[in-house]
Design a protein around this ligand. Structure first.
Ligand code: HEM
Length: 270
C-alpha cells in the first residue's frame, strides 16, 4: 500500500537518549495516522466547515479542561514543575472565548461531545490522581502539536470561516510565545531535565502513543457524529461557512444528539 505522507520531518532513525528525541521517534508513525484522519485531511484540503470546527472546539474544551486542571493541581510535582507553563500555554480561557463567540452566552449548555472525548478526559483525570508523571506526554502531545501544525490549522480556519483577526480562533494563538520554535526548544530541554528511571521512561513513551490514539479516536468520533447529521439531510445545500440559521441549529442539535446516542450505545454494546 502507498505510504502516507507526513508534513512532519521524518525522524532520522537514531533517536539518542534524550526524552524529547525518543518521544518524537516513538510517536512518528502515529503522528502520520493522526494527520490522515478524515477531519485532519479535510483541514489540509482547506475545506473545514463551521460545523466541523464548532464540534472540534467543544471536544478541545473538555480535553483542555481536564488536562489543565490536572496540571494545575500537580504543578509542584517534580516531573510537572519543569514543563508547567500556564502563562504561555494554557488554552482553556481561549477556548471559552471561542465557544462564546459561536454559541453565545449560553455556550456551556451547547457543548456536546462524543464518547471518545469522555474517555480521553477520564484518562487525564485518572493519571492526574494516580501517576502525574504521565501528564508529561499528554501535555507534550497537545501543546507541541498546537505550536507546530496547529499554527497552520488556525490560518485555514480563519480563511474557511471568513473570520476577521482572531475572533473565534483564539485557541490557536499564543500571545505569550514570541517564537514557537524557540519555545519548543525550551520545552524539549525542560522535558529532558526530568529525572526518569528506565521503567518510567518506557511508561512515558507508551503514554505518548496513547495520547495520540485518544486524539485520533476523538477526531473519528466527531466525524461519525457529523456524517450522521449530514446524512439526515442529503438534499440540503451545504454552504461553506453556514449552518447558523435557527432551523439549521435545531437540525444540527437533533442530529448530534442522535449521533452521540448512537456512538454512546456502540461502546456499551461492544
Ligand atoms: C493536519 C494535521 C497535522 C499536520 C499537518 C501536522 C504537522 C506538523 C508539523 C509540520 C510539525 C513540526 C515538524 C517538525 O518539527 O519536525 C508537527 C509537530 C508535532 N505535531 Fe503535528 N500535525 C498535524 C496533526 C497533529 C495532531 C493531531 C497531533 C496530536 C494531537 C500532533 C502532534 C504533534 C506534536 C506533538 C509535534 C511535535 C513533535 C516534536 O517536535 O517532538 N500533530 N506537526
Amino acid at each position: 500500500t502507498e505510504k502516507m505522507k507526513s508534513a512532519r520531518k521524518p525522524d532520522t532513525g537514531d533517536s539518542g537518549s534524550d526524552l524529547s528525541e525518543q518521544i518524537k521517534a516513538a510517536t512518528s508513525d502515529i503522528h502520520v495516522r493522526a494527520e490522515n484522519t478524515e477531519l485532519m485531511l479535510t483541514y489540509q484540503k482547506g475545506r473545514i466547515s463551521a460545523t466541523q470546527y464548532k464540534v472540534l472546539l467543544c471536544s478541545l474544551y473538555e480535553v483542555y479542561k481536564a488536562l489543565e486542571e490536572e496540571l494545575d493541581r500537580n504543578s509542584s510535582h517534580p516531573a510537572i514543575a519543569p514543563i508547567y507553563f500556564p502563562q504561555e500555554l494554557a488554552r482553556l480561557e481561549y477556548l471559552q472565548k471561542d465557544l462564546e463567540h459561536f454559541f453565545g452566552p449560553n455556550w456551556k449548555e451547547q457543548v456536546i461531545v462524543p464518547a471518545a472525548t469522555h474517555r480521553y478526559e477520564r484518562r487525564l483525570r485518572e493519571i492526574g490522581r494516580t501517576n502525574p508523571l504521565l501528564l508529561v506526554p499528554h501535555a507534550y502531545t497537545r501543546y507541541l502539536g498546537d505550536l507546530s501544525g496547529g499554527q497552520v490549522l488556525g490560518k485555514i480556519t480563519q480563511k474557511c470561516l471568513g473570520l476577521n483577526d482572531s475572533e473565534g480562533t483564539q485557541f490557536f494563538s499564543f500571545p505569550a510565545v514570541s517564537s514557537p520554535n524557540r519555545f519548543k526548544q525550551l520545552y524539549r530541554s525542560r522535558m529532558n531535565s526530568i529525572g526518569l528511571t528506565e521503567q518510567e521512561k518506557t511508561e512515558v513513551l507508551e503514554e505518548a502513543v496513547t495520547a495520540f490514539q485518544l486524539n485520533i479516536q476523538v477526531f473519528d468520533d466527531l466525524q461519525k457524529m457529523l456524517n450522521v447529521t449530514t446524512a439526515e439531510q442529503p438534499n440540503a445545500p451545504r454552504p461553506p461557512t453556514a449552518l447558523l440559521s435557527p432551523t439549521n441549529v435545531k437540525q444540527l442539535t437533533v442530529g448530534l444528539c442522535v449521533a452521540a446516542v448512537t456512538i454512546g450505545m456502540s461502546i456499551y454494546v461492544s
